[in-house]
Design a protein around this ligand. Structure first.
Ligand code: SAM
Length: 268
């Protein structure tokens, strides 16, 4: 792919050139010939040129029309180019024969939104290998009770094994970003780490529990519209202290809270 294209800041274009990092990402994806891969933001192809020849099918979503046009003109066998914003595209329609592996050096400004979308469409994916700003990666691997533990930590750890792959300094990219990065690998678990009867309700409760993270669980959940009587009934049923903060609950406790709260809310 030509280098004449000038990097566009608004699309978070920091192109990878460090071969060790590129190899580490591709190796972590453990690609096999029959695999189907989605790459968000192929850019100039640091990852794409290694992955495309090694797998059966590859979908590229690229928002930058100039870069996407270059991929379209390449006509790589098995590669499908989608000139679009990955956040707006209907992944369910695009990825119609799961499972897929998602590999991406994500623009930092949309990585959390992409992860929420991955969680919503988790059944489409077996493995993800994703680059994040280091602080975001630390949050995704955080333990309960720490300041880094948050909504995406809980959601990712419920449905995925999350492992560090490689730490990446700014010098691995052109142009260099102002932050350090880290690549993580996610492997979807055959069963979620805790039994969750209503996944959408679970996501709603976890978001509400962290809505006011300095407040108690009771205040944070109430502020998001949950009823005090329902919360009290749930807490006494499962023996949960609502004076705790949301960030202290582990996955099992979040699951117990939401499963019971759902039953109580819907039995009224
Ligand atoms: N994969 C290339 C690499 O590793 O060198 C490029 C990575 S660069 C950090 C991010 C890429 O994502 C750019 O090509 C950018 O144009 C593209 N991009 C940014 N926002 C996007 C979006 N919302 N949907 C799809 N692609 C996007």
């Amino acid at each position: 792919m030509t280098q004449s294209h000038r990097p566009r800041k608004r699309f978070g274009q920091n192109f990878l050139h460090d071969q060790n990092v590129i190899r580490a990402i591709v190796t972590a994806a453990k690609l096999e010939q029959h695999d189907k891969v989605l790459e968000i933001g192929p850019g100039r192809g640091a990852l794409t040129h290694l992955i495309a020849p090694a797998v059966a099918e590859m979908h590229l979503i690229e928002i930058d029309r100039d870069l996407a046009a270059k991929w379209e003109s390449q006509q790589y066998p098995g590669v499908h180019v989608h000139t679009a914003d990955a956040l707006k595209l209907d992944w369910g329609a695009l990825l119609s024969a799961p499972p897929y592996k998602l590999v991406a050096n994500l623009p930092y400004n949309i990585s959390s939104q992409i992860l929420f979308k991955v969680i919503e469409h988790r059944h489409l994916f077996s493995t993800l290998v994703l680059m994040f700003q280091k602080e975001v990666a630390q949050r995704l691997r955080a333990q309960p009770g720490t300041k880094n533990y948050g909504i995406l930590t809980v959601l990712c750890q419920l449905w995925f094994d999350v492992d560090p792959v490689i730490q990446v300094g700014p010098q691995a990219f052109t142009p260099q970003p102002k932050v350090d990065s880290e690549v993580l690998r996610f492997r979807r678990l055959a069963e979620p780490r805790a039994v969750v009867t209503e996944p959408l309700f679970f996501i709603q409760v976890v978001k509400a529990a962290f809505a006011q993270r300095r407040k108690t669980l009771r205040n944070s959940l109430q502020s998001q519209g949950f009823d005090t009587a329902d919360l009290d009934a749930t807490a006494s049923h499962i023996g949960l202290d609502l004076q705790r903060r949301g960030e202290t609950l582990d996955l099992t406790e979040f699951a117990a809270l939401t499963n019971t709260l759902y039953t109580i809310v819907h039995s009224a």
